[in-house]
Write a protein that binds this ligand. Structure first.
Ligand code: SF4
Ligand code: F3S
Ligand code: FES
Length: 258
């Protein structure tokens, strides 16, 4: 296929400069084989406009810093090839997060605050012993925890979620995933009631109305749909058990929270 001439229409705005108001700016780029949005943006910055702001670190879908809206959809710039797109490519920064400038947003502050809110660490009363053997867990448990640890904190799931656009305190699919990750960790000694306190709110699992755009746009294909359903079941059973004062999990509950 002959290489195309691409037209990039890029959102430009410097919120710290009153003379640099929001606008779209066009750049023309000759497509090269296997070109990604990252390489195209780098070419624009190096050869046409050094003032263009966008983020990247790893160029391999690991750091999560290059997410942006590509023709209206959240994607990683480093993993999106231009030959998957039409010749007119419209780029905006991710919504929801604080804008730094142009295509660059501050996801880090939001993720740090979210991690604090969901207490994103193993809660245990055991004293740390640097000489002790590692805590053991079964292979199945380790694989389940590892699967939920793959989030690269890119923010695509939050940017895609209409609930998050309407309420800025929503934990988002990534925050809920974080809770699910610790809930299944056998080393975490928090009770169901403790987890319920963190996530059983409108800003947590009850704010999620099952739109599932998070699942569709997660670039790491994390099992968000399954985990959100899992959390709903666990939260429901935690609240039922607290209502009837049960101490032990019932057989049907064990089945539902698996
Ligand atoms: Fe990105 Fe997926 Fe993590 Fe959301 S869950 S922040 S989309 S990697
Ligand atoms: Fe939003 Fe995903 Fe729930 S898109 S409403 S977090 S299913
Ligand atoms: Fe790291 Fe794209 S540059 S995920």
């Amino acid at each position: 296929m002959a290489n195309r001439t691409l037209t990039f229409s890029v959102f430009r705005f410097n919120p710290y400069d009153p003379d640099f108001g929001p606008r779209m700016q066009e750049y023309i780029v000759e497509e090269t084989p296997r070109m990604t949005l990252f390489t195209a943006l780098t070419l624009i910055r190096e050869e046409m406009d050094p003032s263009l702001q966008f983020d990247f670190v790893c160029r391999s879908a690991v750091c999560g810093s290059c997410a942006m809206l590509v023709n209206g959809h959240p994607r990683l710039a480093c993993r999106t090839r231009t030959d998957e797109l039409p010749a007119k490519i419209v780029l905006h920064p991710l919504p929801f997060f604080r804008l730094i400038g142009d295509l660059s947003v501050d996801t880090g502050s939001w993720f740090a605050e979210m991690a604090h809110r969901v207490e994103s660490w193993v809660h245990t009363t055991e004293t740390f012993d640097p000489d002790a053997e590692e805590a053991r867990m079964s292979n199945d448990q380790a694989l389940s925890v590892y699967e939920l640890e793959r989030c690269i904190e890119c923010g695509c799931c939050v940017a895609a979620c209409a609930t998050a656009q309407m309420r800025d305190d929503f934990l988002g699919a990534t925050g809920l995933l974080r809770i699910a990750r610790f809930w299944i960790d056998p080393r975490d000694q928090r009770t169901d009631a403790d987890f319920y306190d963190v996530v059983g709110t409108d800003a947590g699992v009850f704010g999620c109305v099952g739109l599932l755009a998070c699942h569709d746009y997660c670039p790491k294909n994390l099992p968000l749909m399954e985990q959100l359903a899992y959390l709903r079941r666990r939260v429901m059973f935690a609240s039922l058990r607290s209502a009837v004062g049960k101490k032990e999990r019932q057989p049907e509950e064990q089945e539902a929270t698996r």
